[in-house]
Write a new protein. Structure first.
Length: 281
């Protein structure tokens, strides 16, 4: 999982490490107990949304009009079901609204449509405060998981850009740009400059690369595509054999990862405990 690709000031680094580690442990425990990748991803992202250290949920930043608009998405790699919401207000955990959309024919709801859908499903309304840390040192959060059945899931959530235009939507809720999951290839979650990520369909490039090479090489190959348009990004991915890929061109990338098992017959990364990093470019 990741807490954002950006410059993280010295005063914020401890909070980023602690928040990422706590979230990763939640997901690791769910998976260790035989839980689904979808459950693990949702709970990891919800934890990040509840932590004002991160630009998601309660840590969201205000638009130029002082309102809070959030975006989130989830995807099930076994069915290719997608649920996404954009410019959603009044919900503490937008990733859970995105999950509620997974069984629906609709993929993406925005603005008042997303709000009405959340209400129709009994989601508690919550007046999200604009984060006091609206200094630009925040970005999208995300998580990718593979469970014991080999099912892959991904989730993203963001509180947008400080001072953005009302209704602005970045890459986080757009499949093939900020995220994607496919059991036949892998899963990817991306953080960074949304408009640049959108222009090169960055998640699509990662998935295409995962079909022919392992995760570490796939994310690095895809990241190089940003050179065409400029901008910063961080990528986390898991291929269908359980191998991790992490790369970024931002100054820092807040990341945690965990694995206590691997699918039968699979060789790859194996860790006995959750690991957390603040990586530099």
């Amino acid at each position: 999982m990741h807490g954002g690709a950006r410059t993280i000031t010295a005063r914020d680094q401890a909070a980023n490490r602690a928040g990422c580690l706590a979230a990763a442990r939640i997901g690791a425990e769910i998976l260790a107990q035989g839980g689904s990748a979808l459950d693990a991803v949702e709970q990891v992202v919800r934890h990040l949304e509840d932590d004002p250290t991160f630009n998601a949920g309660s840590g969201s930043v205000p638009t130029c009009e002082g309102a809070v608009e959030t975006d989130a998405a989830m995807m099930d790699g076994s069915t290719l079901a997608i649920g996404a919401v954009a410019a959603l207000s009044g919900v503490r955990n937008p990733v859970s609204v995105a999950r509620l959309l997974l069984p629906e024919q609709t993929v993406l709801l925005a603005g008042s449509g997303a709000i009405e859908f959340a209400r129709s499903r009994g989601v508690e309304e919550y007046d999200l405060p604009a984060s006091a840390a609206a200094d630009g040192e925040h970005d999208t959060v995300g998580c990718v998981a593979i469970d014991r059945e080999g099912r892959i899931a991904v989730g993203t959530s963001t509180g947008g850009l400080p001072g953005q235009l009302p209704g602005r939507v970045g890459d986080a809720p757009i499949p093939g740009c900020g995220f994607y999951a496919d059991n036949e290839a892998g899963g990817v979650a991306i953080s960074g400059d949304g408009e640049s990520i959108l222009r090169v369909l960055l998640a699509t490039r990662v998935i295409d690369a995962l079909k022919v090479e392992e995760a570490p090489n796939a994310v690095s190959r895809a990241l190089r595509q940003l050179s065409r348009v400029g901008g910063e990004a961080g990528i986390i991915a898991i291929d269908c054999k359980g191998r991790f890929g992490i790369d970024h061109n931002s100054e820092h990338f807040a990341v945690a990862l965990a694995a206590s098992w691997l699918p039968d017959g699979v060789a790859g990364v194996h860790l006995d405990e959750v690991k957390g990093y603040l990586t530099r470019g």
